[in-house]
Design a protein around this ligand. Sequence first.
Ligand SMILES: Cc1ncc(COP(=O)(O)O)c(C=O)c1O
Length: 487
Amino acid sequence: VTNTLLSVDRAADEPLYRQVRRALEHGIAVGSLDPEAPLPSSRWLARELGLSRNTINAAYQELQADGYIESRPRSGLFVNREMRPRTSSAPRPHPEPARYDWSARLRPRTDAGLPHIEKQPGWAELPYPFVAGQVDPGQFPAGPWLRALRAALSGPHAHASLRDGVADDDPLLVEMLCRYVLPSRGIEAGPDEVLLTLGSQHGLYLVAQALLAPGSVTAVEDPGYLDARHIFVRAGARVRPLPVDGSGVVPPDDLAGTDLLYLTPSHHHPTNVTLSVGRRRTLLRQVAAGDTIIVEDDYDSEFRYRGSPSPALKALDDTGRVVYLGTFSKFLAPGLRLGFLVADRALVAELRDLRRYMLRHPPGHTQRAMALFISSGDYRRTVRRHRLHLRRKWETIAASANADFGWPVAAPPGGVSLWVTGPPNLDAPALARTALRHGIALDRGDVLFCAADPPRNHFRLGFGAIPHAAIAPGIRLLSTLIPGALR
Ligand SMILES: Cc1ncc(COP(=O)(O)O)c(C=O)c1O
């Protein structure tokens, strides 16, 4: 309250107590007097204004008599609740902000014609969430991960967790990748051939931005990973679809004129077939002849339920042309957003520079915690436990689908989803809509094909997130809905 609110003019004709009263009345009307706080005492205000206490008391008496202020026992004088200005409590109607037409300023999107992978909102609440690319939070090793997060903030680790690394990665995590994670995929790499990413999608984006330009050609598996196509087309590239059969992608006659070949060799996305060794060798010969770069997306390689995981394509490459993408999304959780890329050191240096001006580096705390999670053996234990758990789910979903759907369903022993090809007259997008009304989430398959008029009889059942016990009843319920989705 105060000097600025209350000022009096001793030379004016108006009596001083009336000037004080008018100033207070104004303060009440515009809401500048705090209605929750007591008004200043007459002693304090008299001293502030250089007036007598009687003058102030006279002003307060008039305001009280007129109902502007009220006396509360043992608390003092307050603004009368009913006199509080409306405008201070009632929401003021906002003027509609002016709308700017951004469409005239934004760079046009080259991938505007492509469909999108749609994740069903609220899938976690459904009884039968056959969603792909998600995990069951109950399977996440929360205790060991919390220990790693805590350790990453203590003693010598805190610096690595909290510093601004600018372009650098956590050297301990890079060492753990080179010593333990990459060798399990048959890959030998030095620290300058590794770059940490926010997941394989981030790695793909960096590679596309660095290597592709308008007019570039990228060959992709058809059907294949739709988000990768978005990323290539956004970088200006034209997409060359390559068909896929039971042995993986079918090599074309040659790769001349193809700048980049994107592959998911361990478990083809979305069918989960493994690329045969013969085709791997053919493709490596072709990329050398055509001067094509391979991007190998090894997103869920460890999840092989029979035999041992096939080594990475990168492990066979002696030309330096394979860029390898790995991720912790499938082995731990996609929400962690942590992955890695292995490539020739010259390319890694370039991608590091790109990343530096985009986001510097993935969070240091997550990187150091992951390094400690790997060095403690918790990572190896988690992958082994997940693999066993997922194998049981895979056995259940493969057996249920073959028993209930009414046609044979191929279930290659790997990956975290089942690709289902129904009879030619199945309308899988319609099935997905009906299924949702029955609490079943599944992914339609048509959007994963490159053709403008793709087949509609495929769908994908993820089994990473759904509880094991829900798989068999979910498949049984789904099978009862199939007749209604035949055209
Ligand atoms: C084939 C494939 N690659 C990459 C990703 C994305 O992985 P990340 O979470 O590491 O970006 C996915 C996720 O669904 C995928 O299916």
